[in-house]
Design a protein around this ligand. Structure first.
Ligand code: F6R
Ligand code: ZN
Length: 166
């Protein structure tokens, strides 16, 4: 929900107002109950990211690095229109569009956040090595270097005013 990510949206005041006004669901995700300590297992599932904006910024997932940094992931877009915003610890940034039928390879070392830039739920299939682990803390503390906002009806990538090099 928005309440779980208030500080991660550039416009925290808009986020707080939305929390007061029903605290909308941003996304949900589903996977099987597979062992999380087995490098031989592939975890897979579905993410459903709802359409909407906080201020001008599109609804997005928290985003994370994998704890075993060098583990990759594949996303496949089933429905909707989105973007996968990625960055490395060194500061390389990449953003790929997601339309139904597109597969995206998120290489090891790249943090990944999905963003819904359309008007319907963005539904994605994902698969990754089950023991990869999830590091949310780095993104929570520092934020992403870039944000994706709507400008003149189109998505544009801007520097994140909240990003801090720590
Ligand atoms: C797993 C993965 C996805 C995300 C899901 C929710 O490694 O990348 O299953 O976990 O799309 O996003 P986050 O994890 O950023 O809340
Ligand atoms: Zn991941």
């Amino acid at each position: 929900r928005v309440s779980n990510m208030v500080s991660q949206f550039a416009d925290s005041d808009a986020a707080k107002a939305m929390v007061e006004n029903g605290d909308p669901l941003l996304y949900e995700f589903y996977g099987l109950d597979l062992p999380e300590d087995d490098a031989g297992v592939l975890q897979f599932g579905t993410t459903i990211l709802y359409p909407g904006k906080v201020g001008d910024e599109y609804f997005m997932t928290k985003g994370h690095f994998h704890t075993i940094l060098d583990t990759s992931e594949i996303y496949y877009c089933l429905k909707g229109k989105g973007m996968m915003l990625m960055e490395t610890p060194e500061g390389d940034v990449d953003c790929k569009e997601l339309n139904p039928g597109d597969a995206i390879f998120v290489p090891g070392r790249w943090a990944h956040r999905s963003i819904n830039i359309g008007n319907e739920p963005l539904i994605m299939f994902f698969v990754y090595r089950a023991d990869a682990g999830h590091d949310y803390g780095t993104i929570e503390e520092k934020g992403y270097r870039k944000i994706v906002v709507e400008k003149d009806g189109k998505p544009v990538m801007l520097d994140n005013p909240k990003w801090a090099e720590k």
